[in-house]
Design a protein around this ligand. Structure first.
Ligand code: NI
Length: 204
């Protein structure tokens, strides 16, 4: 195969893998893929969202920082709180290096996760974690850019009785806002910290 054909094939395989990822997430509330490496696929992109202080922010608000992007919701009974706990512990293990990282927790449940609700929630894990919400359209846009799957799953008669099925992946973006890699949300805090330390040291 020519380099071009090979590249196209790899990109095609990557797209297939992501398609399969979405399909798998439909049957599993929290699908956690194996960590990937550098990818030719576009992950991430411009977004406009609302921070917990009510300020409008965009992707460019965080230029200069490594981003650890995670999508979830505050009513999540299990995986989101565990993951946020792990992120907080990883930041602690990184010491001063954590100053170069901003963890973003983007809700996929904007109906219930108002800026205030989200702000209190992330603060309970670590004040360095930034909670972002938005209109349903803004959330759908940013989730599409990060290839995040989410779907409301009713659990009772009350309109508020529902869970959100969603993919559970940590995305690492570099200080220029470019996608670097995925980290499985199943990784232990020590592993997350070690991976971030490695990525940051490789780049400088
Ligand atoms: Ni969750």
């Amino acid at each position: 195969m020519s380099p071009q054909t090979r590249r196209a094939t790899l990109v095609g395989l990557g797209a297939l893998a992501l398609g399969a990822l979405g399909a798998a997430a439909m049957v599993v509330a929290h699908f956690r893929p194996e960590p990937g490496s550098h990818s030719a696929l576009a992950i991430g992109g411009p977004f406009t969202l609302t921070a917990s202080d009510g300020q409008t922010v965009s992707d460019s608000s965080y230029r200069g920082k490594w981003l650890l992007v995670y999508f979830g919701y505050t009513y999540c009974p299990d995986v989101c709180p565990t993951t946020l706990n792990d992120i907080a512990e990883a930041l602690g293990r990184l010491g001063p290096l954590a100053d170069r990282i901003t963890p973003l927790f983007i809700t996929i449940d904007p109906e219930r996760d108002t800026p205030e609700v989200l702000g209190r929630y992330v603060m309970s894990f670590d004040p360095r974690i930034v909670g972002l919400t938005g209109t349903p359209e803004q959330i759908a846009d940013v989730a599409r850019e990060y290839r995040v799957y989410f779907k409301k799953r009713p659990t009772g008669k009350n309109p508020d009785d529902y869970l959100m099925d969603h993919s559970s992946i940590l995305y690492v973006m570099d200080p220029e806002g470019r996608y670097v890699t995925l980290i499985s949300a199943e990784q232990k805090p020590g592993q997350i910290a070690a991976r971030l330390r490695q990525l940051i040291s490789q780049s400088s």
